[in-house]
Design a protein around this ligand. Structure first.
Ligand SMILES: Nc1ncnc2c1ncn2[C@@H]1O[C@H](COP(=O)(O)OP(=O)(O)OP(=O)(O)O)[C@@H](O)[C@H]1O
Length: 198
């Protein structure tokens, strides 16, 4: 496993396109059947309860010890660096991610797991980045999103007179979490298959 150069990222993109296809029919089906109900129910029912899916999220530390490269990346994550890791199939990315999640939990770090597509999100017991971030399809202009975020926050003054932002209302797609809140309340955002983010 190693850090990628630009040309390697292009190769990885091509590999992912081959794996998932340019045609997103399958992904859209997953979005419709798995992710959408989750969004509509807010925080009521997590997709992890859907029968037949092989969820990999476990509170246990995986039995396999990490290699030196994997340990190095884990260390960077726990130190709070922004980290991009990739590697060929079977090189140990998923195992490393399980260790990362285990150590984040152990260190009481709040994290969310996201992916660019419904299929990729389901495989890691996460949500799509669009759903998580409250961006929906992401087809609006920047100003719309700024307005949406600003509508959700109100300026309050604490006793010292210092102004702070505070989420003011719940977003129905995010259950008890507001669009602004989700960004503010986590320590680590994990994006799987990040090279598929447009
Ligand atoms: N450090 C390690 N020691 C022992 N086994 C390992 C180690 N890292 C990974 N493995 C094992 O190698 C196999 C492949 O690992 P993993 O699924 O994490 O690879 P991956 O990079 O996520 O693959 P893919 O891209 O195909 O999803 C798994 O059985 C995993 O348990």
């Amino acid at each position: 496993m190693e850090y990628m150069k630009r040309c390697e990222i292009d190769k990885e993109n091509a590999r992912l396109r081959e794996r998932f296809g340019e045609d997103c029919t399958e992904q859209e089906e997953w979005e419709k059947n798995v992710i959408e109900p989750y969004k509509a129910d807010g925080d009521a029912e997590s997709p992890r309860n859907i029968e037949g899916l092989n969820w990999q999220d476990s509170a246990e530390l995986p039995p396999e010890p990490l290699s030196e490269d994997q340990k190095y990346i884990l260390g960077l994550v726990l130190e709070g660096h922004n980290v991009f890791f990739t590697g060929p199939a079977g090189s140990g990315k998923s195992l490393l991610l399980k260790h990362i999640k285990y150590h984040l939990r152990k260190n009481k770090k709040r994290y969310d797991i996201t992916a660019p597509t419904g299929v990729a999100a389901v495989l890691i017991n996460g949500r799509t980045i669009h759903s998580w971030s409250g961006l929906g399809k992401g087809d609006k202009g920047l100003n719309d999103y700024i307005t949406k975020a600003l509508r959700e926050i109100r300026m309050i003054s604490d006793e010292s007179g210092e102004s702070t932002f505070k989420p003011s209302k719940k977003n129905k797609n995010l259950g008890s979490r507001s669009v602004v809140g989700v960004w503010r309340e986590i320590d680590v955002l994990i994006i799987d298959e990040v090279s598929m983010v447009p």
